[in-house]
Design a protein around this ligand. Structure first.
Ligand code: NAD
Length: 722
């Protein structure tokens, strides 16, 4: 065997070391699937083996699950029966393992996720090291898949239907102590002791029968035929519908697999799971989600957007100008990655306040056991809060996050550049001001670039890198190397009003406000918004972004475009809300909604006087139409960004949309949505929408051409000469 090493000790206990050659992390590859029957066969039939302990040959964990790159290559290939035969193999092997008649334990000194955790669940005894960084769980649902190695059957049989819900449907990841408390593992021991503990269990106690194979086994809390159990399915279905609106076949199929599987003996239950697994895998949602949320994200995380010829850089010292909400967050994430950080503001007090944000965040991490106090000290020691520009000397990169004001930005650019070496790069975190225009303040615009973070910086994984007209490849490479070093996902886009992410996201908000102007009830608009798979409705999201900001952007755009700007009814509505009524959004507790100090937000009753609804229908056809408007409006804008060269790679567009503004993840992103629908059908719908609602839906030439020749974004849309 290539992937497993087997050593039998004097007690007849086989130590099975899982170690996929040539990989830094174990995954379940086709090769592993092919060798599992041989491994299990050996354990079962070799009379010299009395029991086994599974462990990992890698120091970063046991196994991260299925090899999704390999799996995504086979998606859609073959008939459902062939897919079933190929995928049922894992279930068959793991069932053979748990019924081999000999006790099998697993020692987890690192993560076990997805298929890796399912291997663990098929062992009779599971012990993990006491380390809060160890992740255990079933994340398949996050990429549109469902567990296919027995997870949907063993988890509820161990912890009950209720507790299985978050683990399966929400892909909740547990730390060893949490997994122990839930009954998913049997013991947590000191680091480095897991193998010895597992071995001792096999030798001394070794019970080779799983709970569900014992006489009189009952599902904890009751299965589907138990009154209490049945109740949980009724509630569970309602909750699932409420949170997914039926957009995610994986979660629906997990629910079905649990419901049907729990009424059957394990062997039949595993076949049910495999059938739902195949069904899920063959949906367009799974294909699109795996591609964007796993394959593309991984490729971008390895620097797919990086200009190849530019030499590798290692950013060691970075200045952050402005220690406000964004600057403080940026300082924290880069210090966390070991970067020496100069955090500069106009007063020492403001700079210190920014540093205090990092102190709060590391304290929280230490409190949760995710960071050692020494590491926390080390992170803070890297952040120097100052007002002194000479402290920037020797910095490889400076990022400004001062007020969104052209003059202030120009001033700090000049002051910082005076301290920087020739190779240093200057980045702006502006959210709206075109990079090319800001670069005018720079003495070396080829090293001036947009590095656009999202709020809150420590949580949001995307960074949008913006090339100005004169930005050179080396600046792009440095920015990407920096973003990768701080473990975020970079996308590279070209200058445009709102760049890529804000430009497309704004269309979602605008379409929502337009619907209000059209006489649709606000509750319907926001409910439909959530039904599309967006995290919240357009009106509530407008409140979060701030209505005065939306108004300022409209106003600025009108000024900048002059005669070319056509004001719409939306401008008047925003003006009334902001200027006349002082409703700025969530930040002053007054927007489309009221935000009382206690209790949930409520729609502002005065809204009906400003924008009286002309219908109260919630006819399903109307709901469908509104859903289409909200999603297609964003997708058509993304396509325009491709046509204009703002984005040059579909991976940037799709990953940027999901990570940046929460674009309906089930679609795989706006360009994946167009590919799934098909360019011709998408264009036809856009033309109908344009005729009904206005030219904002008009499909760009790029899409009409694609429709005519049956083209797609993926397959032909590789990164154009960026
Ligand atoms: P903020 O008001 O919280 O912070 C700005 C900080 O800059 C303040 O601490 C201020 O004292 C400091 N500052 C002002 N003038 C300065 C100067 N001359 N020298 C040094 N420091 C100075 O603002 P923020 O929300 O952190 O936004 C900062 C930038 O990031 C803006 O360009 C904004 O558009 C952009 N941005 C904001 C968000 C967001 O969600 N807030 C997201 C992406 C980008």
């Amino acid at each position: 065997m290539e992937n497993f090493r087997l050593e039998v000790d004097g007690d007849g206990i086989a130590l099975v070391t899982f170690d996929v050659p040539g990989r830094s992390m174990n995954t379940i590859t086709a090769g592993v699937m092919a060798e599992l029957p041989e491994l299990v066969g050996r354990l079962k039939t070799d009379a010299a083996i009395k029991g086994a302990v599974l462990t990992s040959g890698k120091d970063n964990g046991f196994c991260a699950g299925a090899d999704l790159t390999e799996l995504s290559g086979s998606l859609g290939a073959g008939s459902p029966r062939e897919a079933f035969e190929a995928l049922y193999g894992l279930n068959r092997s793991l069932r053979d393992l748990e019924t081999c008649g000999k006790p099998v334990a697993i020692a987890l000194e690192g993560l076990a996720l997805g298929g890796g955790f399912e291997i663990a669940l098929a062992c009779h005894y599971r012990v993990a090291a006491d380390d809060n960084r160890i992740q255990l769980g079933l994340p398949e649902g996050r990429v549109g898949l469902m567990p296919g190695g027995g997870g949907t059957q063993r988890v509820p049989r161990l912890v009950g239907v209720m507790a299985a819900g978050p683990l399966l449907l929400e892909s909740k990841i547990l730390r060893p102590k949490e997994a122990l408390a839930q009954g998913l593992i049997h013991a947590v021991v000191a680091k480095g002791e897991a193998v010895a503990t597992a071995r001792a269990w096999v030798k001394d106690k070794g019970d080779a029968v799983q709970p569900w194979d014992k006489q009189g086994y009952k599902v904890p809390g009751g299965g589907p035929y138990h009154p209490q159990g049945a109740q949980m399915f009724i509630m569970g279905n309602a909750m699932l519908r409420k949170s997914t609106f039926g957009n995610y076949p994986a979660q629906t199929n997990m629910m079905k697999a649990v419901y049907e599987g729990l009424q059957l003996p394990m062997d039949a239950a595993l076949r049910v799971e495999s059938r739902y697994f195949v069904k899920t895998m063959q949906t367009p949602q799974a294909r699109a989600m795996i591609r964007s949320l796993f394959v593309s994200m991984q490729e971008l995380g390895k620097g797919a957007a990086r200009p190849k010829a530019a030499p590798a850089t290692d950013v060691k010292k970075v200045g952050v100008l402005g220690a406000g909400m964004m600057g403080a967050g940026i300082a924290y994430v880069q210090a966390l990655a070991g970067i020496e950080t100069v955090l500069l503001d106009v007063s020492q007090e403001a700079a210190d306040k920014g540093r205090a944000h990092a102190e709060d965040l590391v304290k929280k991490q230490v409190g949760r056991g995710r960071m050692t106090p020494e590491k926390a000290q080390g992170v803070l020691a890297l952040i120097k809060a100052t007002t002194d520009y000479t402290a920037l000397k020797g910095a490889d990169l400076v990022i400004e996050a001062v007020f969104e004001n052209r003059e202030v930005k120009a001033e700090v650019t000049k002051k910082a550049e005076a301290q920087l070496g020739e190779d240093a790069v200057f980045g702006s975190n502006t959210s709206t001001l075109p990079i090319t225009s800001l670069a005018q303040a720079s003495v070396r615009p080829e090293r001036f670039i947009g590095i656009h973070f999202f709020s809150p910086v420590d949580k949001m994984m995307l960074v949008e890198i913006i090339k100005g007209e004169k930005t050179g490849d080396e600046a792009v490479a440095t920015a990407i190397d920096y973003v990768l070093k701080i473990k975020k996902t970079p996308i590279v886009v070209h200058d445009s009003r709102g760049f890529y992410t804000s430009r497309c996201f704004m269309t979602f908000l605008q379409e929502g406000v337009q619907m209000l102007v059209d006489g649709l009830p606000p509750a319907l608009i926001d409910n439909v918004g959530r039904m599309t798979g967006m995290p919240r409705g357009p009106l509530e999201m407008s409140d979060d972004v701030a209505l005065d900001l939306a108004y300022k952007i409209v106003d600025q755009t009108a000024k900048d475009l002059g005669d070319r700007y056509t004001p719409g009814p939306m401008d008047a509505l925003l003006k009334t809300l902001v200027v006349e009524r002082g409703r700025y959004g969530r930040k002053n507790g007054k927007g489309f909604y009221d935000y009382p100090e206690t209790g949930p937000k409520r729609l502002w009753p005065g809204l009906k006087d400003i924008a009286p609804p002309s219908t109260h229908s919630s006819d399903p056809a109307l709901v469908e139409e509104l859903k289409t408007r909200l999603l297609y409006r964003q997708a058509v804008e993304a396509a325009r960004c491709v046509e204009e060269g703002v984005v040059t790679d579909p991976r940037d567009a799709d990953v940027g949309a999901i990570l940046g503004w929460g674009f309906a993840p089930w679609t795989g992103g706006p360009l994946s949505l167009i590919d799934t629908v098909g360019a011709a059908a998408f264009v036809a719908t856009c033309e109908r929408l344009a005729a009904a609602y206005g030219p904002r839906f008009a499909p760009p030439k790029l899409l009409r051409d694609m429709a005519a020749r049956g083209g797609r974004f993926y397959g032909e849309g590789a990164r154009a000469a960026a």
